[in-house]
Design a protein around this ligand. Sequence first.
Ligand SMILES: [Zn+2]
Length: 306
Amino acid sequence: MIRVDRSSVVVPLSLTKTGASEEKAIVLAYDGYFNANPRPKNFTFTFRAYKKADVKRALGQLFRGKCAYCESRYAGTQPMDVEHWRPKGGVQEPGQQGLAEGYPWLAARWTNLLPSCIDCNRPRVQHDELTNLDETLGKANQFPVVGPRMQRPLPGSTTQPVEDNPLLIDPTVDDPSLHIRFRDDGVAMALTDKGTQSIRIYALNRAELVFERLGVARLVEQRLELIERLAIVIADPQLNQQLKLDLQDLVAHEINALLELTEPHQRTPPWRASSSRRARRCGPPPRPSPSCGPPTWATCSDGSAA
Ligand SMILES: [Zn+2]
C-alpha cells in the first residue's frame, strides 16, 4: 500500500451531480426508516451514482489499475470492486451478531471510494503467512474506530457530522509507510495499531500476495545488480565507443524499469510509456541515433509495433 494523492484526479461528474442529489435522498430515506414506529421489516435503498462508469474510470486512473490496499493489478484479470471505505450498508462490530448502522450517506462521496481487488474486499478463506493459519480475511463490513462512530446527518442539515477516528489506513489520507513495514520475506509487519488492523482486515499477509511481493522485491534486487555491473563496464576507458553508447542506453532502460517498480505513481503508465517510446522512435522527423537505428525504422515504417 502506498500514499496516493486523490486531488490528482478530477471528481467524477456522476458524483458531483447525481451523487449529490442521491445523498439527500439517502439521508431522508434513512431518517424516515429509523423514525418509523414500527420500523418496516424490509428496507432497501438503491444506490446508483457510485456504480457509474466514470467513477470506475476515475478510480482506475487514481490507482493506475491497482487495488488501493494490496497494489495488485486487477485491470485485465478481474472486475474492480468500488469499495466504500466507510461501509455504506452496515458495520460489523467486533463480537456482535448482525450489522450495526453504516454510513449510507457517504455512498456517493468521492473521498469514501477506493478501488479494491476481490481478495482485499470480500471475506474469503486465506492462508495468513504471519500467523500460519487459514482464516476468513477481507474487509467486507469491517470498519474499526477509536471512540464513538460518526453520526448520520439529519435531513436538511447543512452541518457535516463530526468524523470518527478510524483504525484503518486510507491510502489517500495516511502514509502507509508510517504504519506498515515489510520483512525481507515479503511479510507485512505493523508499526502501529492502525497498521495491525489494516494488515489483518485487508488480508495483506495472504500467501499468494506475500509471494507476489517477494517476487517484485527480487526483481528490484536483480535490476539494481545489473545496473551496478553495467556501470563498471561503462567506466572502462578502453571500451568501444559504440558499445558504450549501447550500454548507456541499456542502463537508462533498466533505471526506467526499476522506477516503474519502486515509484509507480510517479511514472507514466506502461502502455502510455510504450506509446511515447514508439512516438520517439517512429515519429517524424526520422533521425537515427544509437538507440534508434535503421532496423528500428524499418520495423516502424511498415506499421508494425515498435
Ligand atoms: Zn487488493
